[in-house]
Design a protein around this ligand. Structure first.
Ligand code: SF4
Ligand code: SF4
Length: 219
């Protein structure tokens, strides 16, 4: 029987074969005290054992339809990620007899802090725009995660240096809500824009991506 580290490596390969552009894993317990959990009152999943397998999908600015949000359906990009996650869950169960589940997207449904998880899994580093800057893709990657009952080794970190170090901060000046006015990302200001979009009554909504698309990393 393959050891647990090898199963995790194989699960990451499986996710990439299924279409993920990025994948990494971390011990679930590493997320318990992540910065977003501390700032958000420790909501969402609180797994102390097992591993999170984080999968990422590049959202090409030339394919804006991947990000179009619909009530009750989310976005096409998230449905692709959920499909990859479900296949990894099924593969873990059927091939290795490993207990696994797809993590819901929303924190209130039992989700996890996906951007923190992606950073802790070594996929990228948090940029000043509060998005994960991923080598080759910049901040244009969306995430989902699978929990698996496996012991996970501590992941490597890809970038030691701050990805924003030499940048004037194009993302900051691009924000229509001034969500970085205090020098840090203000979730309420950003969400006010998102919530106004959702309340507009339009069927499919193209959420604000100004701070993401202004960033030149990965281009
Ligand atoms: S635009 Fe510059 S400061 Fe903003 S996330 Fe990208 S690299 Fe960092
Ligand atoms: S998504 Fe839009 S509103 Fe939110 S921080 Fe980025 S630029 Fe500002």
């Amino acid at each position: 029987m393959a050891d647990e580290m090898e199963i995790i490596r194989s699960a990451l390969r499986r996710a990439r074969e299924d279409g993920a552009d990025a994948a990494g894993a971390l011990p679930a317990a590493n997320l318990l005290d992540c910065p977003s959990a501390a700032a958000d009152g420790w909501r969402g999943a609180r797994d102390e054992r097992g591993a999170y397998i984080v999968i990422g999908l590049y959202h090409d600015p030339g394919k804006p339809e991947l990000d179009l949000w619909e009530p009750g359906r989310g976005t096409p990009g998230d449905r692709i990620l959920a499909g990859i996650g479900k296949d990894v869950v099924r593969w873990l169960q059927e091939t290795h007899g490993t207990s696994a589940r797809l993590i819901p997207y929303q924190i209130e449904d039992g989700g996890i802090y996906l951007k923190d998880a992606a950073c802790l899994a070594g996929i990228g580093r948090m940029g000043r725009n509060n998005l994960v800057i991923v080598p080759s893709y910049g901040p244009r990657v969306r995430f989902r995660a699978v929990w698996a009952d496996l012991d996970c080794p501590e992941p490597d970190r890809p970038w030691a240096e701050d990805p924003c170090r030499d940048c004037p901060g194009c993302c900051i000046s691009a924000c229509p809500m001034d969500a970085f006015a205090s020098g840090r990302y203000d979730r309420e200001r950003c969400m006010a824009r998102m919530n106004a979009d959702k309340a507009s009554g339009r069927g499919r909504i193209d959420h604000c991506r100004a701070c993401e698309l202004a960033c030149r990393k990965g281009l």
